[in-house]
Design a protein. Structure first.
Length: 218
């Protein structure tokens, strides 16, 4: 559908802007997730991610191919995929740092602090967090000083710590999407190559002459 639209209106800037808006909506919705959020909502949120990804891949690769000489179209297309992978690596490092910082700070207050306040020995905090992280409730109850009440409070605190950590990641991703929307809509780096939208093949296959002596084989 994206290709049909771009070909009909001879534009890539507006669809690209719509794609980044879809990314922003997805990230914003994911940032609202709580421990009580139904799983069905997550499947609905993923629709925005899929739509944004499908539109974005079509429009940006098309724009890149229009902006390069015909002899370099293949290299440009491969470079676009490579840059996408590079962006994923950089984004993973950024989001990982945000996630780990938020998780560490919240575990200290929501799990360790609450558990110690209920009578858990400080020496058992690390073991309790490790057992809860792996879902080993039986092992958690065997830790010295752990009671069912402490286990319940610590489990809820650990879940909330992960929710907050992921929320910070989604907020950061939504911010990047907003920047992309502004850049694409302001035409700072992306324009509509209307004159290039035609049926001419910029890089056709080279047709080799037939060798008569080899009975038509090239």
């Amino acid at each position: 559908m994206t290709a049909v639209y771009c070909s009909a209106v001879k534009a890539v800037r507006l669809p690209t802007c719509v794609a980044f808006i879809a990314f922003g909506v997805f990230n914003a919705l994911m940032a609202t997730i709580r421990t009580t959020t139904p799983e069905t909502h997550l499947w609905g949120y993923a629709v925005f991610l899929g739509a944004g990804l499908g539109i974005c891949l079509t429009t940006l690769i098309t724009a890149a191919q229009f902006a390069t000489p015909p002899s370099l179209i293949a290299i440009t297309s491969g470079l676009m995929i490579g840059v996408r992978s590079l962006g994923g690596v950089i984004g993973l490092a950024i989001y990982g740092a945000i996630f780990n910082a938020a998780l560490s700070s919240n575990i200290a207050s929501r799990v360790a602090g609450a558990s110690i306040a209920l009578g858990l020995p400080p020496t058992s905090v690390a073991d309790l967090i490790g057992a809860l992280s792996t879902g080993n409730l039986t092992g958690a109850l065997a830790i010295p000083g752990v009671t069912s009440n402490i286990l319940q409070v610590a489990g809820a605190g650990l879940q909330q710590s992960f929710v907050i950590a992921f929320r910070n990641v989604w907020i950061a991703a939504a911010s990047f999407s907003l920047v992309a929307v502004v850049v694409s809509e302001a035409s700072l780096f992306l324009v509509d190559p209307k004159s290039s939208f035609d049926e001419r093949v910029d890089a056709p296959l080279k047709v080799l002459p037939r060798d008569v002596d080899s009975k038509g084989h090239v």
